[in-house]
Ligand binder design. Structure first.
Ligand SMILES: [Zn+2]
Length: 334
């Protein structure tokens, strides 16, 4: 590992090593499933290519700052349409622009996201950039399955297979990119489950952390008097006309991670909510291992059983009452 910016992602390490060694190629193809971090790796690579600092990307030089602001003129992007297709006009235009000399840096980078969505014609429009690239141009294709690319394209790029980022890798990434999230970096790394795109979403989503605070308070409240049930119901949106499905799912996910952590603490396993460990320990001290497990199962059953035809409020109240009983050791389970 040459660069300590991020660890645990060999494709990205290779790209950064090429920058460091001055052996940047004219064409790369990053392959891996959705959400694995292809885009993030390509962005970090582009930033490293343009960076004028010592350790690339340094995050501090003018080029790095322009990248962060999205204003660097020597990076070109093609994004897929909503239906996943990549427009041939967009590819043509970007390929033409690639031939114009870079404005600030020595190298221009063209990133084509969702390259699988290029028709044969669109790929042919790109082929020239692959076959006779300008000395100052690099094309990076992001693909979920390179079998969707023409053999002529496939054979000309350096193929790098993306693996999931490790939790430590995401933690390092979050700390480098979002210094204000340093305290929460361990939680973000665990909660995103190796999905760096998800980690970025979390870092940029203040509302998520507000909701998380409310839900953790609600979960702690369930270990107290019965009024905790109503307080938790309010956070879940019980009594509101319509509760957004995504909001609902986020509530479940947070509650599951909290209750799962309580079980883990009892069993000496790894916890997700590392930044809230003190509160978690206080919560876990009030309940038994079997109580925590039963409450966890109550929530899981509700998530599985819930569907559009059911009355949401009743399900949530039912779940919270069961949780309260289980947490207090009056288990309804047998
Ligand atoms: Zn820099």
């Amino acid at each position: 590992m040459e660069n300590n910016f991020i660890t645990g992602q060999r494709a990205l390490e290779r790209l950064l090593a090429d920058v460091k060694n001055g052996t940047v190629s004219h064409a790369y193809i990053l392959e891996g499933p959705r959400g694995i971090g292809k885009r993030t790796a390509a962005d970090i690579f582009a930033r490293a290519v343009h960076c004028t600092g010592a350790e690339k990307p340094c995050g501090l030089c003018p080029a790095c700052k322009m990248h962060r602001a999205g204003t660097h003129p020597d990076i070109l992007r093609v994004e897929p349409e909503e239906n996943g297709s990549v427009k041939i006009e967009a590819v043509r235009q970007a390929a033409d622009e690639l031939y114009m000399r870079p404005k600030l840096a020595e190298r221009k980078i063209l990133i084509i996201n969702g390259a699988d969505g290029m028709t044969g014609a669109a790929q042919n429009a790109l082929l020239k950039s692959f076959e006779e690239p300008p000395s100052y141009g690099t094309v990076v294709l992001l693909s979920e399955n390179i079998q969707n690319l023409l053999p002529t394209i496939r054979s000309r790029g350096i193929k790098l297979l993306m693996e999931p980022f490790t939790a430590d890798g995401i933690k390092a990434f979050v700390e480098a990119e979002y210094p204000e999230m340093r305290e929460k970096s361990g939680f973000v790394a665990n909660y995103s489950g190796g999905n760096v795109g998800r980690a970025i979403e979390l870092c940029e989503d203040g509302e998520f952390f507000e909701l998380r605070n409310s839900l953790i308070d609600a979960a702690i409240g369930l270990a107290g008097s019965k009024s905790g049930i109503l307080a938790a119901a309010e956070v879940f949106g019980v009594g509101q006309r319509k509760v957004d499905a995504e909001y609902r799912q986020t509530c479940f996910d947070i509650l599951l991670s909290w209750l799962g952590d309580a079980v883990m603490l009892k069993q000496g396993g790894r916890i997700v909510n590392t930044d809230r460990e003190d509160g978690l320990r206080a919560f876990a001290a009030k309940i038994t291992a079997s109580g925590a497990l039963a409450a966890l199962e109550d929530v899981e059953e509700t998530v599985r059983g819930l569907n559009a035809s059911m009355k949401y409020d009743i399900w949530i109240m039912n779940m919270l009452i069961k949780c309260w009983r289980d947490i207090h050791g009056y288990s309804s389970r047998s």
